[in-house]
Write a protein that binds this ligand. Structure first.
Ligand SMILES: Cc1cc2nc3c(=O)[nH]c(=O)nc-3n(C[C@H](O)[C@H](O)[C@H](O)COP(=O)(O)OP(=O)(O)OC[C@H]3O[C@@H](n4cnc5c(N)ncnc54)[C@H](O)[C@@H]3O)c2cc1C
Length: 385
Protein backbone atom coordinates (compact mmCIF):
# COMPACT_ATOMS: atom_id res chain seq x y z
CA UNK A 1 0.00 0.00 0.00
CA UNK A 2 1.42 3.33 -0.99
CA UNK A 3 -0.66 6.39 -0.28
CA UNK A 4 0.26 9.43 -2.32
CA UNK A 5 -1.01 12.61 -0.73
CA UNK A 6 -2.63 14.97 -3.23
CA UNK A 7 -2.92 18.74 -2.95
CA UNK A 8 -6.34 18.45 -1.29
CA UNK A 9 -4.85 16.19 1.40
CA UNK A 10 -2.08 18.68 2.05
CA UNK A 11 -4.57 21.53 2.36
CA UNK A 12 -6.71 19.51 4.83
CA UNK A 13 -3.67 18.61 6.89
CA UNK A 14 -2.54 22.25 6.93
CA UNK A 15 -5.99 23.24 8.19
CA UNK A 16 -5.72 20.58 10.90
CA UNK A 17 -2.23 21.71 11.89
CA UNK A 18 -3.29 25.35 12.07
CA UNK A 19 -6.25 24.39 14.26
CA UNK A 20 -3.96 22.43 16.58
CA UNK A 21 -1.46 25.28 16.82
CA UNK A 22 -4.12 27.70 17.99
CA UNK A 23 -5.09 25.31 20.82
CA UNK A 24 -1.98 24.18 22.64
CA UNK A 25 -1.56 21.59 25.36
CA UNK A 26 -2.38 24.17 28.04
CA UNK A 27 -5.81 24.66 26.50
CA UNK A 28 -6.51 20.95 26.82
CA UNK A 29 -5.19 20.81 30.36
CA UNK A 30 -7.58 23.64 31.26
CA UNK A 31 -10.51 21.85 29.65
CA UNK A 32 -9.72 18.64 31.55
CA UNK A 33 -9.20 20.46 34.84
CA UNK A 34 -12.54 22.23 34.42
CA UNK A 35 -14.18 19.00 33.25
CA UNK A 36 -15.94 20.86 30.49
CA UNK A 37 -16.71 20.33 26.82
CA UNK A 38 -14.07 22.01 24.59
CA UNK A 39 -16.56 24.50 23.11
CA UNK A 40 -13.97 26.78 21.48
CA UNK A 41 -12.17 23.89 19.80
CA UNK A 42 -15.46 22.34 18.66
CA UNK A 43 -16.58 25.61 17.17
CA UNK A 44 -13.34 26.05 15.12
CA UNK A 45 -13.37 22.38 14.12
CA UNK A 46 -17.00 22.70 13.02
CA UNK A 47 -16.19 25.79 10.94
CA UNK A 48 -13.86 23.50 8.94
CA UNK A 49 -16.80 21.04 8.64
CA UNK A 50 -14.72 18.30 10.24
CA UNK A 51 -17.80 16.80 11.96
CA UNK A 52 -18.83 15.85 8.40
CA UNK A 53 -15.59 14.80 6.69
CA UNK A 54 -17.13 11.61 5.31
CA UNK A 55 -20.62 13.02 4.72
CA UNK A 56 -21.86 13.95 1.27
CA UNK A 57 -21.51 17.50 0.00
CA UNK A 58 -25.29 17.60 -0.58
CA UNK A 59 -25.55 17.71 3.23
CA UNK A 60 -22.74 20.24 3.51
CA UNK A 61 -20.15 17.57 4.32
CA UNK A 62 -16.67 17.46 2.84
CA UNK A 63 -17.67 14.40 0.79
CA UNK A 64 -14.38 12.63 1.49
CA UNK A 65 -13.45 9.08 2.47
CA UNK A 66 -12.26 7.27 5.55
CA UNK A 67 -8.66 7.88 4.45
CA UNK A 68 -9.17 11.61 4.90
CA UNK A 69 -10.99 11.13 8.23
CA UNK A 70 -8.08 9.03 9.43
CA UNK A 71 -5.46 11.53 8.22
CA UNK A 72 -7.19 14.44 9.93
CA UNK A 73 -7.86 12.48 13.13
CA UNK A 74 -4.22 11.49 13.48
CA UNK A 75 -3.00 15.01 12.76
CA UNK A 76 -5.37 16.61 15.29
CA UNK A 77 -4.66 14.01 17.98
CA UNK A 78 -0.88 14.31 17.53
CA UNK A 79 -1.22 18.10 17.34
CA UNK A 80 -2.43 18.32 20.94
CA UNK A 81 -6.03 17.09 21.11
CA UNK A 82 -5.04 13.54 22.05
CA UNK A 83 -8.29 11.71 22.70
CA UNK A 84 -10.27 14.95 22.69
CA UNK A 85 -11.97 14.10 19.39
CA UNK A 86 -14.86 11.91 20.51
CA UNK A 87 -17.55 14.27 19.17
CA UNK A 88 -15.88 14.63 15.78
CA UNK A 89 -15.70 10.88 15.33
CA UNK A 90 -19.21 10.18 16.58
CA UNK A 91 -20.78 12.83 14.32
CA UNK A 92 -18.92 11.45 11.30
CA UNK A 93 -19.77 7.82 12.02
CA UNK A 94 -23.35 8.28 13.19
CA UNK A 95 -23.79 10.67 10.25
CA UNK A 96 -22.55 7.99 7.86
CA UNK A 97 -25.15 5.52 9.17
CA UNK A 98 -27.94 8.09 8.86
CA UNK A 99 -26.81 9.09 5.38
CA UNK A 100 -26.83 5.47 4.21
CA UNK A 101 -29.91 4.18 6.03
CA UNK A 102 -31.90 7.09 7.48
CA UNK A 103 -35.29 8.34 6.28
CA UNK A 104 -35.62 11.71 4.60
CA UNK A 105 -36.55 13.28 7.97
CA UNK A 106 -33.45 11.82 9.61
CA UNK A 107 -31.20 12.89 6.75
CA UNK A 108 -32.62 16.40 6.96
CA UNK A 109 -30.67 16.75 10.22
CA UNK A 110 -27.31 16.08 8.57
CA UNK A 111 -26.40 19.66 7.55
CA UNK A 112 -26.61 20.61 11.24
CA UNK A 113 -24.55 17.54 12.18
CA UNK A 114 -21.83 18.71 9.78
CA UNK A 115 -21.91 22.24 11.23
CA UNK A 116 -21.55 20.83 14.72
CA UNK A 117 -24.88 22.28 15.86
CA UNK A 118 -26.15 18.78 16.52
CA UNK A 119 -24.15 16.19 18.38
CA UNK A 120 -24.97 12.53 17.88
CA UNK A 121 -23.88 9.76 20.22
CA UNK A 122 -23.96 5.98 19.91
CA UNK A 123 -25.98 4.17 22.57
CA UNK A 124 -25.57 0.45 21.97
CA UNK A 125 -23.94 -0.86 25.14
CA UNK A 126 -25.96 -2.03 28.16
CA UNK A 127 -24.91 -3.35 31.54
CA UNK A 128 -25.26 -6.93 30.28
CA UNK A 129 -24.47 -6.19 26.63
CA UNK A 130 -20.95 -4.87 26.10
CA UNK A 131 -18.74 -7.21 24.12
CA UNK A 132 -21.81 -9.41 23.66
CA UNK A 133 -23.69 -6.71 21.78
CA UNK A 134 -26.51 -9.01 20.65
CA UNK A 135 -27.57 -9.48 24.29
CA UNK A 136 -29.33 -6.07 24.17
CA UNK A 137 -32.47 -6.06 26.35
CA UNK A 138 -33.86 -2.58 25.62
CA UNK A 139 -37.13 -3.13 23.80
CA UNK A 140 -38.98 -1.14 21.16
CA UNK A 141 -42.70 -1.90 20.94
CA UNK A 142 -44.61 -0.95 17.82
CA UNK A 143 -47.56 1.43 18.14
CA UNK A 144 -49.75 3.08 15.49
CA UNK A 145 -47.32 5.79 14.42
CA UNK A 146 -44.03 4.73 15.89
CA UNK A 147 -42.27 2.80 18.64
CA UNK A 148 -42.01 2.96 22.41
CA UNK A 149 -38.55 2.31 23.86
CA UNK A 150 -37.99 0.81 27.28
CA UNK A 151 -34.67 -0.09 28.85
CA UNK A 152 -31.32 1.17 30.06
CA UNK A 153 -28.18 2.05 28.13
CA UNK A 154 -24.69 2.17 29.59
CA UNK A 155 -21.61 4.31 28.75
CA UNK A 156 -23.64 6.96 26.95
CA UNK A 157 -21.33 9.84 26.04
CA UNK A 158 -21.86 13.59 25.94
CA UNK A 159 -24.81 13.22 28.28
CA UNK A 160 -26.37 16.62 28.79
CA UNK A 161 -24.94 17.93 25.54
CA UNK A 162 -25.68 15.41 22.79
CA UNK A 163 -28.81 16.31 20.89
CA UNK A 164 -29.47 12.83 19.49
CA UNK A 165 -28.52 9.22 19.99
CA UNK A 166 -28.46 6.22 17.72
CA UNK A 167 -30.07 3.66 20.02
CA UNK A 168 -30.17 -0.06 19.31
CA UNK A 169 -33.23 -1.85 20.69
CA UNK A 170 -34.88 -5.24 20.38
CA UNK A 171 -38.03 -5.36 18.23
CA UNK A 172 -38.26 -9.15 17.99
CA UNK A 173 -36.49 -12.28 19.14
CA UNK A 174 -33.35 -13.55 17.42
CA UNK A 175 -33.84 -16.30 14.89
CA UNK A 176 -32.10 -19.67 14.96
CA UNK A 177 -28.45 -19.10 14.09
CA UNK A 178 -28.81 -15.31 13.70
CA UNK A 179 -28.47 -13.50 17.00
CA UNK A 180 -28.25 -10.14 15.22
CA UNK A 181 -31.80 -10.52 13.91
CA UNK A 182 -34.50 -8.64 15.83
CA UNK A 183 -32.43 -5.55 16.64
CA UNK A 184 -33.56 -2.19 15.26
CA UNK A 185 -31.74 1.13 15.14
CA UNK A 186 -33.49 4.36 16.16
CA UNK A 187 -32.46 7.99 16.00
CA UNK A 188 -33.66 9.39 19.31
CA UNK A 189 -33.91 13.07 20.25
CA UNK A 190 -32.19 13.42 23.62
CA UNK A 191 -34.96 15.78 24.79
CA UNK A 192 -37.64 13.14 24.33
CA UNK A 193 -39.91 12.66 27.29
CA UNK A 194 -39.01 9.59 29.38
CA UNK A 195 -35.21 9.91 29.03
CA UNK A 196 -33.13 10.37 32.19
CA UNK A 197 -29.42 10.05 32.97
CA UNK A 198 -27.13 9.19 35.83
CA UNK A 199 -23.57 10.43 35.44
CA UNK A 200 -20.71 7.91 35.62
CA UNK A 201 -17.46 8.93 37.27
CA UNK A 202 -14.53 7.78 35.15
CA UNK A 203 -10.73 7.67 35.04
CA UNK A 204 -10.00 9.90 32.04
CA UNK A 205 -11.58 11.77 29.12
CA UNK A 206 -12.48 14.42 31.66
CA UNK A 207 -13.87 16.74 28.97
CA UNK A 208 -16.58 14.22 28.12
CA UNK A 209 -19.59 13.37 30.23
CA UNK A 210 -20.53 9.70 30.31
CA UNK A 211 -23.73 8.32 31.77
CA UNK A 212 -26.27 5.61 32.19
CA UNK A 213 -29.39 6.44 30.17
CA UNK A 214 -32.83 5.22 31.21
CA UNK A 215 -35.48 5.05 28.51
CA UNK A 216 -38.88 4.89 30.15
CA UNK A 217 -41.69 4.73 27.57
CA UNK A 218 -39.81 6.92 25.11
CA UNK A 219 -41.81 7.50 21.95
CA UNK A 220 -39.92 7.50 18.65
CA UNK A 221 -41.69 8.23 15.36
CA UNK A 222 -41.56 5.63 12.59
CA UNK A 223 -39.51 8.01 10.44
CA UNK A 224 -36.69 7.78 12.98
CA UNK A 225 -36.11 4.07 12.40
CA UNK A 226 -32.70 3.85 10.71
CA UNK A 227 -32.48 0.95 8.26
CA UNK A 228 -34.94 -1.93 8.26
CA UNK A 229 -36.88 -3.07 11.30
CA UNK A 230 -35.19 -6.11 12.91
CA UNK A 231 -32.09 -5.53 10.77
CA UNK A 232 -30.45 -2.68 12.67
CA UNK A 233 -27.20 -4.57 12.91
CA UNK A 234 -26.83 -4.49 9.12
CA UNK A 235 -27.14 -0.71 9.26
CA UNK A 236 -24.20 -0.28 11.62
CA UNK A 237 -21.81 -3.07 10.76
CA UNK A 238 -20.00 -1.03 8.11
CA UNK A 239 -19.74 2.00 10.40
CA UNK A 240 -18.39 -0.17 13.23
CA UNK A 241 -15.44 -1.09 11.04
CA UNK A 242 -14.93 2.56 10.11
CA UNK A 243 -15.14 3.44 13.82
CA UNK A 244 -12.40 0.93 14.73
CA UNK A 245 -10.14 2.24 11.98
CA UNK A 246 -10.77 5.85 13.04
CA UNK A 247 -9.96 4.97 16.66
CA UNK A 248 -6.72 3.34 15.48
CA UNK A 249 -5.80 6.71 13.94
CA UNK A 250 -6.71 8.39 17.21
CA UNK A 251 -4.42 5.95 19.05
CA UNK A 252 -1.52 6.59 16.68
CA UNK A 253 -1.99 10.35 17.04
CA UNK A 254 -2.16 10.20 20.84
CA UNK A 255 0.91 7.92 20.90
CA UNK A 256 2.84 10.31 18.69
CA UNK A 257 1.86 13.24 20.88
CA UNK A 258 3.25 11.43 23.92
CA UNK A 259 6.38 10.49 22.01
CA UNK A 260 6.96 14.09 20.88
CA UNK A 261 6.57 15.36 24.44
CA UNK A 262 9.11 12.78 25.63
CA UNK A 263 11.64 13.50 22.88
CA UNK A 264 11.42 17.22 23.51
CA UNK A 265 11.90 16.67 27.25
CA UNK A 266 14.79 14.23 26.70
CA UNK A 267 16.65 16.87 24.68
CA UNK A 268 16.25 19.51 27.39
CA UNK A 269 16.48 17.62 30.69
CA UNK A 270 20.03 17.31 32.02
CA UNK A 271 20.88 14.69 34.66
CA UNK A 272 24.44 13.72 35.72
CA UNK A 273 25.75 16.53 33.62
CA UNK A 274 24.24 15.63 30.27
CA UNK A 275 20.87 15.51 28.50
CA UNK A 276 18.98 12.30 29.29
CA UNK A 277 18.26 11.79 25.57
CA UNK A 278 21.90 10.75 25.27
CA UNK A 279 21.33 7.68 27.48
CA UNK A 280 20.39 4.54 25.59
CA UNK A 281 17.97 3.54 28.38
CA UNK A 282 15.97 6.59 27.37
CA UNK A 283 16.66 6.50 23.61
CA UNK A 284 15.82 2.90 22.83
CA UNK A 285 12.28 2.75 24.23
CA UNK A 286 11.47 5.99 22.40
CA UNK A 287 12.96 4.69 19.16
CA UNK A 288 11.00 1.45 19.60
CA UNK A 289 7.78 3.43 20.03
CA UNK A 290 8.61 5.44 16.94
CA UNK A 291 8.86 2.17 14.98
CA UNK A 292 5.71 0.68 16.53
CA UNK A 293 3.64 3.78 15.82
CA UNK A 294 4.87 3.92 12.21
CA UNK A 295 3.87 0.29 11.71
CA UNK A 296 0.46 0.83 13.30
CA UNK A 297 -0.06 3.91 11.14
CA UNK A 298 0.64 2.01 7.91
CA UNK A 299 -1.79 -0.69 8.97
CA UNK A 300 -4.41 1.94 9.76
CA UNK A 301 -4.01 3.69 6.41
CA UNK A 302 -4.14 0.33 4.67
CA UNK A 303 -7.42 -0.51 6.41
CA UNK A 304 -8.86 2.90 5.50
CA UNK A 305 -7.86 2.56 1.84
CA UNK A 306 -9.52 -0.87 1.67
CA UNK A 307 -12.61 0.46 3.41
CA UNK A 308 -12.94 3.27 0.86
CA UNK A 309 -12.58 0.77 -1.98
CA UNK A 310 -15.47 -1.25 -0.53
CA UNK A 311 -13.27 -4.25 0.20
CA UNK A 312 -14.21 -6.26 3.26
CA UNK A 313 -12.19 -4.86 6.13
CA UNK A 314 -13.37 -6.29 9.45
CA UNK A 315 -10.10 -8.17 10.03
CA UNK A 316 -8.12 -5.12 8.90
CA UNK A 317 -10.16 -2.90 11.21
CA UNK A 318 -9.49 -5.15 14.21
CA UNK A 319 -5.81 -5.58 13.35
CA UNK A 320 -5.11 -1.86 13.20
CA UNK A 321 -7.26 -1.04 16.24
CA UNK A 322 -5.43 -3.70 18.26
CA UNK A 323 -1.92 -2.79 17.16
CA UNK A 324 -2.40 0.99 17.33
CA UNK A 325 -3.77 0.71 20.86
CA UNK A 326 -0.81 -1.39 22.03
CA UNK A 327 1.64 0.99 20.32
CA UNK A 328 -0.05 4.05 21.81
CA UNK A 329 -0.16 2.57 25.29
CA UNK A 330 3.54 1.71 25.22
CA UNK A 331 4.42 5.15 23.83
CA UNK A 332 2.56 6.89 26.64
CA UNK A 333 4.04 4.62 29.29
CA UNK A 334 7.56 5.19 27.93
CA UNK A 335 6.93 8.92 27.75
CA UNK A 336 5.90 8.90 31.43
CA UNK A 337 9.13 7.12 32.30
CA UNK A 338 11.22 9.57 30.26
CA UNK A 339 9.79 12.42 32.27
CA UNK A 340 10.52 10.66 35.57
CA UNK A 341 8.50 12.06 38.48
CA UNK A 342 7.51 15.04 36.35
CA UNK A 343 5.52 12.71 34.12
CA UNK A 344 3.18 12.16 37.05
CA UNK A 345 2.32 15.86 37.23
CA UNK A 346 -0.63 17.32 35.38
CA UNK A 347 1.44 20.26 34.14
CA UNK A 348 3.46 17.94 31.91
CA UNK A 349 0.44 16.58 30.00
CA UNK A 350 1.47 12.92 29.71
CA UNK A 351 -0.54 11.67 32.69
CA UNK A 352 -3.67 12.92 30.89
CA UNK A 353 -2.76 10.85 27.84
CA UNK A 354 -1.94 7.88 30.06
CA UNK A 355 -5.41 7.95 31.64
CA UNK A 356 -7.12 8.44 28.27
CA UNK A 357 -5.23 5.88 26.22
CA UNK A 358 -6.19 3.12 28.65
CA UNK A 359 -9.77 3.49 27.42
CA UNK A 360 -8.70 2.32 23.97
CA UNK A 361 -8.03 -1.11 25.44
CA UNK A 362 -11.78 -1.42 26.05
CA UNK A 363 -13.38 0.65 23.34
CA UNK A 364 -14.76 0.88 20.76
CA UNK A 365 -13.96 -2.86 20.86
CA UNK A 366 -11.88 -4.53 23.58
CA UNK A 367 -8.43 -5.78 22.67
CA UNK A 368 -9.58 -9.33 23.43
CA UNK A 369 -12.60 -9.15 21.13
CA UNK A 370 -10.47 -7.60 18.39
CA UNK A 371 -8.15 -10.60 18.65
CA UNK A 372 -11.11 -12.98 18.77
CA UNK A 373 -12.30 -11.54 15.43
CA UNK A 374 -8.83 -11.87 13.93
CA UNK A 375 -8.54 -15.45 15.21
CA UNK A 376 -11.87 -16.44 13.69
CA UNK A 377 -12.03 -14.42 10.49
CA UNK A 378 -8.33 -14.06 9.81
CA UNK A 379 -7.00 -17.41 10.97
CA UNK A 380 -10.07 -19.64 10.61
CA UNK A 381 -10.07 -20.70 14.25
CA UNK A 382 -13.35 -21.54 16.07
CA UNK A 383 -15.59 -18.60 16.91
CA UNK A 384 -15.27 -17.68 20.59
CA UNK A 385 -17.69 -14.76 20.87
C1 LIG B 1 -15.44 5.95 28.42
C2 LIG B 1 -16.23 4.95 27.65
C3 LIG B 1 -16.89 5.34 26.50
C4 LIG B 1 -17.69 4.43 25.82
N1 LIG B 1 -18.40 4.87 24.74
C5 LIG B 1 -19.35 4.08 24.20
C6 LIG B 1 -20.26 4.58 23.21
O1 LIG B 1 -20.14 5.71 22.75
N2 LIG B 1 -21.26 3.77 22.78
C7 LIG B 1 -21.40 2.49 23.23
O2 LIG B 1 -22.35 1.82 22.81
N3 LIG B 1 -20.54 1.97 24.16
C8 LIG B 1 -19.53 2.74 24.64
N4 LIG B 1 -18.65 2.23 25.59
C9 LIG B 1 -18.77 0.83 25.98
C10 LIG B 1 -17.64 -0.05 25.46
O3 LIG B 1 -17.80 -0.26 24.09
C11 LIG B 1 -17.68 -1.34 26.29
O4 LIG B 1 -17.19 -1.03 27.58
C12 LIG B 1 -16.88 -2.45 25.66
O5 LIG B 1 -17.51 -2.89 24.50
C13 LIG B 1 -16.70 -3.63 26.62
O6 LIG B 1 -17.90 -4.02 27.21
P1 LIG B 1 -17.97 -4.29 28.79
O7 LIG B 1 -17.36 -3.14 29.49
O8 LIG B 1 -19.35 -4.66 29.13
O9 LIG B 1 -16.99 -5.52 29.01
P2 LIG B 1 -17.42 -7.11 28.98
O10 LIG B 1 -18.12 -7.37 27.71
O11 LIG B 1 -18.12 -7.41 30.25
O12 LIG B 1 -16.02 -7.78 28.97
C14 LIG B 1 -15.20 -7.88 30.15
C15 LIG B 1 -13.85 -8.47 29.77
O13 LIG B 1 -14.02 -9.80 29.23
C16 LIG B 1 -13.42 -9.87 27.94
N5 LIG B 1 -14.20 -10.79 27.10
C17 LIG B 1 -15.54 -10.85 26.95
N6 LIG B 1 -15.89 -11.81 26.09
C18 LIG B 1 -14.74 -12.39 25.66
C19 LIG B 1 -14.40 -13.43 24.72
N7 LIG B 1 -15.35 -14.10 24.05
N8 LIG B 1 -13.10 -13.73 24.53
C20 LIG B 1 -12.13 -13.06 25.21
N9 LIG B 1 -12.38 -12.07 26.08
C21 LIG B 1 -13.65 -11.72 26.31
C22 LIG B 1 -13.47 -8.45 27.41
O14 LIG B 1 -12.52 -8.26 26.37
C23 LIG B 1 -13.16 -7.67 28.66
O15 LIG B 1 -11.76 -7.66 28.88
C24 LIG B 1 -17.78 3.10 26.26
C25 LIG B 1 -17.04 2.68 27.37
C26 LIG B 1 -16.28 3.59 28.06
C27 LIG B 1 -15.51 3.11 29.29
Amino acid sequence: MHLILGEHHKKLLEDASRLSESFGLEYWRGVYDARRFPEEYWSKLSALRFPGIILDSRYGGLGLGLVELVLITERLAAGGAGLGLYAMLSNNLAGLVIQQYGSESARALLPRVVRGELLIGLAFTEEEAGSDAFAIKTTATKGDEGYVLQGEKMFVNNVGRATHYLVMARTSQPTEGRRSHGLTLFLVDSNSSGISYAYLSKMGLDYLTTGRMTLDNVYVGREMVVGNVDEGWKAIVNALNADRIAYAALAVGAGRLALNIAVDYAKRRRVFGREIGGYQAIQFPLAASYAELEAAWLLTLNAAVKFDKGESSDVDACLCKYLATEAAFRAVERSMQTLGGHGYLRDYHVERLFRDVLLLKSGPITQELALAYVAQRGLGLPRSF
